[in-house]
Design a protein around this ligand. Structure first.
Ligand SMILES: [Zn+2]
Length: 273
């Protein structure tokens, strides 16, 4: 029985190196999205990624971070804004090269383009799955000088952590400690709690720049109200875990819609001109 052990080791290594939602966060988003796919979209995705689940495929872009041939993709997981900015200005903040906002558009375009080689479309799909998650993690739209909260050291439930990791992992792990069944149960619980009204509201804007701006608004609040004495405790968890949960829900709902849309618009494109 090697596979479970390998899976555990892999999960640990992902946690250790992750700069986005931790693996659990990405899987929660992937499973919420997977539940909303049309039959046609689900088939198109399994034609690309085979037996791998959407939840697992969401983590790929973090797993390749140790592969030097993918160093070019490291800056695609986030976007920075200057302190004091109330919204992202793409001319100012996006000009230094590709970042998460344009990476979502670029990979979506490649995925939709059936004339692209399959391997390129698979890679584009896996980047897209991951970046739609990351852009909903507030601290992926943050400040360069403290690396999106990575430099803000805090004590998190008695252990050394940082603000970025608190939102990637610690607040989710805290909830998982209280519930049985791990990320899959948490994902199902979050998905079932989504109301029609929320779904409608979240889908009103399928624009990565708008998602980044939502994250920035939260980030501004996070810096205005840092954890008291830089200690993340139950009170901080109670204050911010509803925000984390909602960002996971929003990312999952929007990812599902984006994928359904991507594979629907494929069909008319194949019609002869
Ligand atoms: Zn990431």
């Amino acid at each position: 029985m090697l596979r479970p052990l390998v899976a555990v080791l892999l999960a640990l290594s992902i946690h250790g190196t992750c700069f986005g939602w931790g693996a659990d966060g990405h899987k929660i988003i992937g499973a919420i999205a997977a539940a909303s796919l049309s039959k046609e979209t689900a088939k198109a995705i399994s034609d690309l990624i085979g037996e791998e689940t959407l939840a697992d495929a969401c983590c790929w872009a973090d797993e390749i971070k140790s592969d030097k041939s993918y160093d070019w993709a490291k800056s695609l997981h986030y976007i920075n804004a200057p302190r004091g900015a109330q919204s992202i200005d793409m001319k100012r903040d996006g000009a230094g090269g590709e970042q998460i906002v344009t990476a979502i558009a670029t990979n979506l375009a490649t995925l939709k383009d059936a004339s692209q080689p399959k391997a390129k479309r698979v890679e584009a799909l896996k980047f897209l799955l991951h970046f739609v998650g990351d852009i909903h993690q507030p601290l992926h739209v943050s400040y360069k000088e403290d690396l999106g909260g990575n430099k803000l050291t805090v004590q998190s439930f008695g252990k050394k952590s940082n603000l970025h990791k608190v939102f990637d992992t610690d607040l989710i792990q805290r909830r998982l400690r209280d519930t049985k069944g791990g990320w899959a149960v948490m994902s199902a619980d979050l998905r079932q709690a989504i109301t029609d009204e929320q779904r409608k509201q979240w889908l009103a804007n399928l624009d990565a720049l708008a998602w980044a701006n939502e994250s920035l608004v939260i980030t501004i609040q996070l810096y205005k109200q840092p954890p008291a004495d830089l200690k993340v405790d139950t009170a901080y968890y109670k204050q911010w875990s509803p925000v984390v949960n909602e960002r996971l829900q929003m990312a999952g709902v929007r990812l599902g819609a984006l994928l359904n849309d991507a594979f629907q618009t494929n069909a008319p494109a194949k019609k002869p001109a």
